[in-house]
Design a protein around this ligand. Sequence first.
Ligand SMILES: Nc1ncnc2c1ncn2[C@@H]1O[C@H](COP(=O)(O)OP(=O)(O)OP(=O)(O)O)[C@@H](O)[C@H]1O
Ligand SMILES: O=C(O)[C@H](O)C(=O)CO
Length: 422
Amino acid sequence: MTLALGCVADDYTGASDLANTLTKAGLRTVQTIGVPADDLALPEVDAVVVSLKSRSIPADEAVARSREAAAWLNARGAGHLLFKVCSTFDSTDEGNIGPVTDALREDAGEAIALVTPAFPETARTVYLGHLFVGMVPLAESPLKDHPLNPMRDSNLVRVLARQSRAGVGLIDLATVAQGAEAVGARLDALAREGKGAAIADAVLDRDLAVLGAAALTRKVSTGASGLGLGLARALVAAGRVAPAATAADLGGPIGGPAACLAGSCSQATLGQIARAEAAMPVRRLDPARLLAGEDEAGAALTWAMERIGDGPVLIASSAGPDEVAAVQARYGRDAAGHAVEAAMARIAEGLVAHGVRRLVVAGGETSGAVVDRLRLPAFRVGPEIAAGVPVLRTTDRDMWLALKSGNFGGPDFFADALRLMP
Ligand SMILES: Nc1ncnc2c1ncn2[C@@H]1O[C@H](COP(=O)(O)OP(=O)(O)OP(=O)(O)O)[C@@H](O)[C@H]1O
Ligand SMILES: O=C(O)[C@H](O)C(=O)CO
């Protein structure tokens, strides 16, 4: 196998989002969970997206895991390595976007890496280095209240510089508008100044095509699915990938009981849970009871078992910023997050043990905990449910999954997903 594109994603929903984007652009793509075993049977593909759960772990561990994944991809001839991060640049001053980008760039022998989270299809745009989510700057968006990494500075040159060893520069929109060669010249100029990374502006899809072509002239880049789209288009334009003529055949219906799990506390997910209450039974976990040692997961699983024979159910821990803050103040941010993730993983394991083969999960960290507990090795990518969220089919058993990024999906996402998981 010789890969046109190797991708290391820092969370599972982001990996799923990127795999969806690459598949839509015509690249035959597989998403793996963790660094694959050397004997993992993979079909002939153009791109592999290695999913890590590294976004919110200590930076040195994230660097080590990302290097392992990069080595596996490079051993399979990856022509370019994309470090996939969140389109809302989810990170803290400790990392991990800066430390991992520095490490992968240095390992590749590159002086500088192009970095952009822009993804206009999901209203993530970058202008003069400032990230906008819809019509508002990042620091004024709901991401300012993220439970694990509240984003309170919209200037990504500053944000990345605070977590990087090397300096960070800017490739402004005026330079991007001049084309890939101008972007490349700007990268070289910044490298001569000693910069190790450059935040690139992008507002429209055509800007992504320019950035993809520029990034492809180097071995490593960092970005969200927008840059993935640019890289895919550049690979096809350069004749390095013959776009797949038809969507992959993922096989027939699986059927059986279905369930939804929501750990994301994003505004989008809270709205989707509210809408789901009209379509299916919804049970809300109480993190305070959970953290006080009550068997919230066992009670939720019993509740679900009594109902999944009649139709899908939804179990959610999700809550608004004030409620989340209160739990975190009492028990600690990490302790609360890990306890809820562990509960969701235990519930998922119980649901699958009782026959659930169609599972929708909302939240990147939540998806990571669930997929790791189910020990799923890889996924094939199916039809898109909503921008950035495809249906996935497991490669080692018959299961449908959807791993929804917290901020993605329409109001009726849960019902929409189940309709595409026959
Ligand atoms: N009620 C709650 N109180 C405190 N923490 C919670 C609560 N519900 C969920 N959490 C934690 O909040 C975090 C949510 O992160 P997660 O990545 O799953 O969602 P997200 O950030 O919205 O999704 P994405 O990463 O795809 O954008 C998890 O660690 C989860 O355990
Ligand atoms: O880029 C995004 O927003 C991805 O979907 C993601 O990383 C979510 O965690």
